[in-house]
Design a protein around this ligand. Structure first.
Ligand code: ATP
Ligand code: MG
Length: 281
């Protein structure tokens, strides 16, 4: 469905994306992960044909160029910044985006009904989007991007600022769309989301790929598969290990811990191992 071949993007003299090569199979949910400023949105904008790579080649839908307006119809792009009109009602927003994305008039009504029911906005369809909560705006943002029934759906942090209820609805929408055969590219900072939804992920940092693998391989094919979290005094320390019993014995000898739990390593642990704990701009 998607191939990136040695993609680089330079803004003036700053390299935001550096020599990225990867592919996304048809019908998968692929995670595009990385800390702030990693180059995720820049990459997504190039995939959607909105930004031109400085170097490299992007092919979608079996070898087509996404900067071509015909090819771009195969993409449904849900941008990181909300792209809906606050003055328009949900229904008017959907009608508008359906028209500009070329949905034939005879299909528009049924597509809008499907979008309203999918996003749970039927009862609010006549209210201006500006009056919506953060979660409702995010859901409408998704609905607007899907009216033209695209093959490849790209969501750039669709769950920022939404409550668990809206987040669950968004997850269900993504899983349903995937079951219908759509390919999904999902960008997020929330590793538990990626672990739940995605089979394969790329982790980028400072514009470069630092991991490209299945979630399962990233978690299981590494050393220190277990994490001990022990409460000592007022602090919780976490220790990654393959031998929790030995580590607990050591801990007990050296410190008195109040309580502990042993858990399996998560994608978030791996992400922090790979990207470090330094705060990004
Ligand atoms: N048009 C631009 N001109 C100059 N620099 C840019 C431009 N767009 C992005 N950048 C820089 O490129 C880097 C990557 O930005 P990008 O928005 O792709 O990151 P991101 O991974 O999406 O981050 P976030 O998680 O915060 O959304 C950042 O340092 C950003 O400041
Ligand atoms: Mg971004």
């Amino acid at each position: 469905m998607l191939q990136l071949k040695n993609i680089t993007k330079v803004f003036s003299s700053f390299t935001a994306v550096n020599n990225i090569t990867l592919h996304v199979n048809t019908g998968e949910i692929f995670g595009f992960l990385g800390p702030n400023g990693a180059g995720k949105s820049t990459s997504i904008n190039m995939i959607c044909g909105l930004l031109k790579p400085t170097e490299g080649e992007i092919l979608i839908c079996g070898g087509k160029d996404p900067s071509n307006s015909e090819t771009r119809k195969a993409i449904g792009y849900v941008p990181q910044s909300l792209a809906i009109y606050n003055e328009l009602t949900a229904l008017e927003n959907l009608r508008f985006f359906g028209r500009i994305n070329g949905v034939p008039q005879k299909l528009l009504k049924s597509r809008i009904s499907k979008a309203l029911s999918m996003t749970g906005l039927e009862r609010k369809k006549n209210q201006p989007a500006g009056k919506f909560s953060g979660g409702m705006k995010r859901r409408l943002n998704i609905g607007c991007a899907l009216l033209h029934d695209p093959e490849l759906i790209i969501l750039d942090e669709p769950t920022v600022g939404v409550d668990p209820q809206s987040r669950n609805r968004i997850f269900e929408n993504i899983q349903e769309l995937n079951k219908e055969g759509k390919t999904i590219i999902y960008t997020t900072h929330y590793m538990e989301e990626a672990q739940k939804l995605c089979k394969n992920v790329v982790i980028i940092d400072a514009g470069e790929i630092i991991a490209l693998d299945s979630v399962s391989n990233l978690i299981h094919n590494r050393l220190d598969k277990t994490v001990i979290e022990a409460v000592i005094g007022n602090q919780t320390i976490s220790i990654k290990t393959d031998d929790p019993v030995k580590e607990l014995e050591k801990l007990q000898k050296n410190n008195k811990f109040k309580s502990f739990q042993i858990r399996e390593k998560t994608l978030e642990d791996v992400f922090l191992d790979l990207t470090g704990k330094k705060i990004r701009d």
